[in-house]
Design a binder for this molecule. Structure first.
Ligand code: DAK
Length: 259
C-alpha cells in the first residue's frame, strides 16, 4: 500500500507506516490526514500484531498541521479539519494492536499530538518536541492537551502549552513522554525490535489489555476492575492461553501464538 504522502509496508506481522512529506518536514495537510484515516481502516483487519509510525528522512517526525494550508481557512474549513484530525487521532488510539511512534526529529503541534495518540513513544537523540500552537493563535486541537496532561502530568503539560517552548528528547524521557532515546541510526531497529517482542506475545491478550487500558481512562477503580475481570475471563479457553499454560506445565516452549 503506497501513495505519495504515506508509505506502508508489512514484515513479519509488523506494519510500518511512514509519513512522507519531507518537502514540508512531514507536516500533515487535510489530504494526508484523510489518507491516514483510510489507511488505518484498510489495515485494521489484516494480521499485523504491532504498528510502527515514523516520519520520512532524518529531520522530522511530523512538523504539525500544514500551516500553509491552514492559514486562510474559513471557520467551516477549520471545523472540518478539526473533525477529521480528532477522528483519526482517536482511531489511532483505539487501533486494536499496539502502535509505537518512532519519533525521528521534530514532533511539533499536530505531530506531537499524533505521537501522543500512540501507545508507546521512542525518540532519536535529535528529536525535538513542542506544542507551538499558542504562538500561532490557536490551541492544540487534536486531543493533545488531554493526552499530554495524562502522560506527563498537568503541571508540565500546562507549562508546555502556555510557553509553546521546545523541549528535547532528554526532557521528554525524564517526564515519561518517551520510553527510550536512541541514536538516530538505532531508532527504527529498536522500534522494530520492541514491536517484534510485542508481536511474539499472545495477540488476544495484547488487544484485550489495550482495549481495557483505553476504556478504563477516567473510570472509578471499581468499574475499571470490572472491565479487567471480564477481559481476564475472556482470555481463558483461547488456544493461546491453553497452549502457553500447558507448555509451562510440560516444561517446554509454547508453539507460536495463533490469536
Ligand atoms: N506546515 C507547512 N510547512 C511547513 C511546516 C508546517 N507545519 N513546517 C515546515 N514547513 C516547511 C517550511 O515552510 C519549508 O518550506 P519552504 O519554505 O522550503 O517552501 C520547509 O518545510 C522546510 O522548513 P524550514 O526551512 O523552516 O526548515 P528548518 O530546518 O529551518 O526548520 C522547523 C524546521 C520544523 C523547525 C520549522 O519549519 C518550523 O518551525 N515549522 C513549523 C512548526 C510548527 O509550528 N508546527 C505546528 C503547526 S500548528 C486543529 C488541531 C490541531 C492543529 C491544527 C488545527 N484543529 C482542531 C482545527 C495543529 C496545529 C499545528 O500543528
Amino acid at each position: 500500500m503506497e501513495d505519495s504522502s504515506l508509505l506502508y509496508h508489512v514484515e513479519d506481522t509488523i506494519g510500518t507506516l511512514t509519513i512522507n512529506r519531507q518537502r514540508v518536514m512531514n507536516a500533515m495537510d487535510m489530504d494526508s490526514i484523510n489518507r491516514l484515516s483510510t489507511l488505518l481502516d484498510e489495515i485494521a483487519d489484516t494480521n499485523i500484531r504491532c504498528l510502527v509510525i515514523t516520519g520520512a528522512g532524518e529531520k522530522s517526525f511530523v512538523a504539525g498541521a500544514d500551516i500553509k494550508e491552514m492559514k486562510d481557512m474559513s471557520r467551516a474549513q477549520g471545523e472540518n479539519l478539526s473533525r477529521a484530525g480528532n477522528r483519526v487521532m482517536r482511531k489511532l488510539e483505539l487501533f486494536q494492536v499496539p502502535v509505537i511512534a518512532a519519533v525521528n526529529g521534530y514532533a511539533l503541534g499536530g505531530g506531537l499530538e499524533l505521537a501522543l495518540a500512540c501507545d508507546i513513544r521512542l525518540a532519536s537523540e535529535n528529536a525535538s518536541f513542542a506544542m507551538p500552537e499558542a504562538k500561532l493563535g490557536i490551541i492544540p486541537g487534536y486531543g493533545g492537551i488531554q493526552r499530554m496532561s495524562r502522560i506527563i502530568g498537568q503541571g508540565r503539560a500546562r507549562e508546555m502549552v502556555f510557553t509553546a517552548r521546545r523541549f528535547d528528547a532528554r526532557e521528554a524521557l525524564k517526564w515519561g513522554l518517551v520510553n527510550a532515546v536512541y541514536p538516530l541510526a538505532d531508532l527504527m531497529p529498536e522500534a522494530l525490535r520492541l514491536a517484534a517482542t510485542i508481536a511474539a506475545n499472545a495477540p488476544i491478550a495484547i488487544m484485550s489489555a489495550k482495549k481495557i487500558m483505553n476504556e478504563s481512562v477516567g473510570l472509578e477503580l471499581a468499574a475499571a476492575d470490572q472491565l479487567e475481570r471480564e477481559a481476564f475471563g475472556n482470555c481463558f479457553g483461547t488456544w493461546d492461553q491453553r497452549e502457553a499454560m500447558q507448555a509451562f506445565v510440560e516444561k517446554r516452549k509454547p508453539q507460536p501464538f495463533k490469536g
